[in-house]
Every structure is written in C-alpha cells, then in structure tokens.
Design a protein around this ligand. Structure first.
Ligand code: XIL
Length: 491
C-alpha cells in the first residue's frame, strides 16, 4: 500500500431516529464552565442529531473484528467512513477488475447499526495502484470515468456522500500534477464530478482535502475552483475539511473559512478529525485537546451548512497517526483502553450547549433505527439509606438503568442517578449482571467489577447533585441487553 503522504506533508497540521437518550450531563461541562440544558444527550450521535448534524467515525475492515472498538463506535456515531476499503487500490487493483468485498463489509456494518456512510474516495493520487500511472495519457479519462461509474453504481443509494476528489491541492494553492491532471488539466475534476453524479444522482459530491481548514493559499485555490465549478453547473455539493490537527493548532479562521464556502451554496463537513500530540501526552495537552475538539464542534455548529463532524478513527489504540507521524499519538476522543478523554467531554458538551443555527442541508433521513429496548427499571435505594450523621450534606439517592441501544452481542445503557430530598455529595451505584454481561466502556463514572457485581462511583466533577436533581453516566456492554435493579448509596 502506498504511503498516504510525502515527507513534506508531515507538517500538516476526521442513524438512527431522533435522539432518544435524554439526560443531564454534568461531565466536562462543569469542568469547562458551560451551561447545560435540562435535557442533554449522552452520546455524540444523539447530541449531534439534536442539533441537525451527524457525528461520524472512520472504520477499517480490521476494526470490525475488535468488538470493544466497534461497540463504542456503534454507540456513539451515526456515520461511517471506510478508512481504506473504497480507495482505488482496494477496489480496482488491476485494470477493469473490481473488488468491493471489503467496502461492502463496512457498508453492511453501518446499515445494521443504523449508521450512514460517507464514501471515500473515488479519485486520489495516493493509494492508487501503479497500473493507473502506466495508462497512456489519452486513455486516463476513460479509465477514471469507468472507475467512478463502476464504484458509484455499485454503492448507489448506499452512501450519503462521496469524496469524489481527494487531496487535489498543493500547499501553494495550485493543483497537484498527478496523472489525472497531466491527462486532463484541471478539467479532470469536473469530469469526475459529472461521472459520479450520473451514477448516483442522490449522493452529495465532495472535494476533500487537508490544510484547507483555515483561510490560506491552499483553501483560496480551492475556493476559486469551487466558484468556477458552480458557475459552470458542475455537480459539486460539498467541501470536506479533513482536520488532521496538531494539538493547540486549530486555525482561528476555521469558522470563517467554512462560512465562505457555505455562502457559495455548498455544504461543508469536518471529515477526518484527529488532534495529535507529541508523545508522551501530558494532562495539559489532553486538556488542550479538549479545547481543540470543542472549538471544532462549535465552529461546525455555528455554520448552518456544516452538516457534521467525523473523527478519523475511534480510540488512541487504533489510529493511523503514529505510523504516519512518528513520535505523535493520542489523537482521538477515547484512549487506548476505550476510556473517554477530555476531548470527548468537550465535544459532547459543545453539542449539548447553547443553541445553533440548525443545519440547512437537507440531510437524508437516517436509516432505520435498530432494535433498542427502552425498558426502564426504576430502582430506588431504600429511602432509609440514611447518610451517616457525620455527613451533613449527604442524602439518599436512587439509580435507574435504561437501555438506549442494542445490537448483536452488545448494548448501551444510561444510568440516571437522582438525589432525594437532600443534596448528595458523592454517590455509589451497584448492580449485578443476570447473564454474564460485561462492560466494555464506561463514562462519567469510575467502575470496579468483581464477577457479576458492578460498582460505579462518581467522578470528581459529578459527585454533587442538588436535592431532587440528577446526573447520568453511561456504558457500553457485551452480552444481551439487561436492565438489572441498581442501588444507590451516598456517604
Ligand atoms: C489513511 C488511512 O487511515 C491509513 O490506514 C492508510 O494507511 C493511509 O490513509 N487523508 C485521507 C485518508 O483522505 O484517506 C487517509 O487515510 C488519511 C489522510
């Protein structure tokens, strides 16, 4: 497989129905000093959908075999971009011989979990099999159009959007002199977009690139091209801003840049968000990464034509960053043990905070919602669970476990912890699994497990609950969905 980037590029700085999960999230928001609405969603996808956006991830075929990773992806995201499986080297490794097996696996995973798909990509200078470079220049257009037509027809009706053209620009705002440019000049872009539109008229067609997130020479070049394509009636619908950032370096002109493309009548999307840190990452860098993720999400929310944000991966243990940018890592919202990082809390808080202009892009209706069992098993700890008298502000609490999503072999739950008539300062929730379930990832709480017994205590930021108020934590688990009775105690 060809390396995705050259050495010089190393400087560069990734549904279901309406949200059903409503909860008060203290997580992160308190730390960030943000106001939270009374009903906040507890997953990225639910929170994004409530704001008229999607929240996506990239998955490879290899990722599909890692259950903890895919369970987390299915719980949190409602859009999937295949990491490599729809690229030219995977789909047409030799001339005229197509292979869609790996891409199909990603699509069926997405469909079976109510997620949509961003097709990625049709025309790119990298991960391009060597045979294309050997095609006589006067035949390149035919080869390119055949590739696009065959692939976009195969996935017709199954992708929300296509990155038709990937990474066409040099840093100075000129087009790369790749085989497509050498054969057709800049006209290859219009030809590719037209071929894709003819094959799948309902897919949103994008040009996608990196280092075009801020206003600079490269994004200026793309802006001029977009203006020119639109004035010629070429079917271009969106601009993908990859957003492979270095911690602390999100461009200040990100929102203004998205706004100028939107003003042309285009959708914009954050397509490959990650935020890498020189390893080892320290806690202030992880906090800064949270600030960065929050800024990116807020920029998207501020621009009505920004349709969604996709992270390029799920967790720090499975990301392209260390392999491509040696010495860097930790770019994701979850660490390599699938624990949420400040970046997750910041992204979720941004989605749950304030009001934004709703997305204006007519987005496809989300795919069918997979089975979910909204059974609620209210469980109150004995009201006579008195706090020790030495704890003047302690009080009884109750916990309710609710299943908010389930899929073959796993499920996601939300647990509401409510204070009784007195405020609670610190809480512990316990339950037992009835049938061998096990937690794969838990957020907004600290977990300890012994056999089938689970104990979850508050984090530092969500231990205090006012009288009658509540907070939530959530988890994904392996096994069949269960709503055991939970008890809550507070000191
Ligand atoms: C990356 C994949 O994540 C890697 O697995 C692969 O080795 C190289 O490509 N810009 C893009 C993506 O548009 O396709 C790239 O994905 C990351 C940079």
């Amino acid at each position: 497989m060809k390396p995705p980037t050259t050495g010089t590029e190393r400087h560069r700085t990734r549904a279901r129905g309406p949200a059903t999960a409503l909860a008060v999230i203290a997580a992160g928001a308190v730390a960030l000093g943000l106001a939270i609405p009374a009903h906040a969603a507890s997953t990225l996808k639910a929170a994004a959908e409530a704001r008229g956006r999607y929240f996506g991830t990239a998955l490879t075929r290899g990722d599909l075999g890692i259950s903890a990773e895919v369970n987390l992806a299915a719980a949190q995201f409602d859009m999937v971009t295949p990491g490599n499986e729809m690229k030219w080297d995977a789909t047409e490794p030799s001339k005229g011989s197509f292979n869609f097996g790996s891409g199909d696996q990603i699509v069926s995973f997405a469909q079976s979990h109510g997620m949509r798909v961003r097709g990625h990509n049709l025309v790119w200078h990298a991960q391009l099999p060597a045979w294309v470079g050997g095609v006589p220049l006067n035949q390149v257009q035919g080869v390119m159009e055949n590739h696009i037509t065959t692939e976009a027809t195969h996935y017709k009706g199954k992708v929300y959007a296509w990155d038709v053209i990937n990474e066409p620009y040099n840093e100075d705002g000129t087009l790369r002199q790749d085989v497509f440019y050498r054969a057709m000049g800049s006209g290859y872009i219009a030809a590719a977009l037209r071929a894709a539109h003819a094959a799948d008229p309902n897919a949103k067609l994008y040009i996608n690139d990196y280092n075009i997130e801020g206003i600079n020479a490269k994004s200026n070049g793309l802006y001029s091209l977009a203006q020119s394509l639109l004035s010629q009636g070429v079917p271009l619908h969106g601009i993908g801003l990859e957003s492979h950032f270095i911690v602390g370096q999100v461009p200040s002109s990100l929102q203004a840049n998205m706004e100028r493309f939107a003003a042309l009548g285009l959708d914009v999307a954050i397509t490959e968000l990650d935020d890498r840190i020189q390893m080892p990452a320290d806690s202030s860098e992880l906090q800064q990464q949270g600030t960065d993720y929050g800024r990116v999400v807020n920029a998207c929310l501020a621009v009505p034509r920004c349709v969604g944000v996709s992270q390029w991966g799920v967790d720090d243990g499975h990301t392209w960053i260390p392999g491509t940018f040696p010495g860097y890592g930790a770019p994701m919202m979850w660490d390599s043990s699938y624990q949420p990082k400040p970046a997750y809390q910041a992204a979720l808080s941004a989605l749950n905070s304030g009001t934004s202009s709703p997305s204006q892009s007519p987005s496809q209706s989300p795919s069918q919602s997979p089975t979910s069992s909204p059974s609620v098993s209210p469980s109150r700890s004995p009201s006579a669970s008195p706090s020790p008298s030495s704890s003047p502000i302690g009080g009884a609490c109750s916990a309710t476990i609710k299943t908010i999503n389930s899929w073959g072999g796993g499920f996601q739950s939300e647990v509401t912890v409510r204070a009784g008539s007195a405020p609670v300062n610190g809480w512990t929730v316990k339950w037992s699994w009835p049938g061998g379930q096990s937690i794969s990832s838990l957020w907004n709480g600290r977990q300890s497990t012994s056999g089938s017994s689970v104990t979850v205590s508050n984090e530092s930021y969500n231990g205090s609950i006012a009288a009658g108020a509540s907070t939530t934590f959530g988890f994904t688990a392996n096994g069949s969905a269960a709503t055991p009775t939970a008890t809550c105690t507070s000191p």
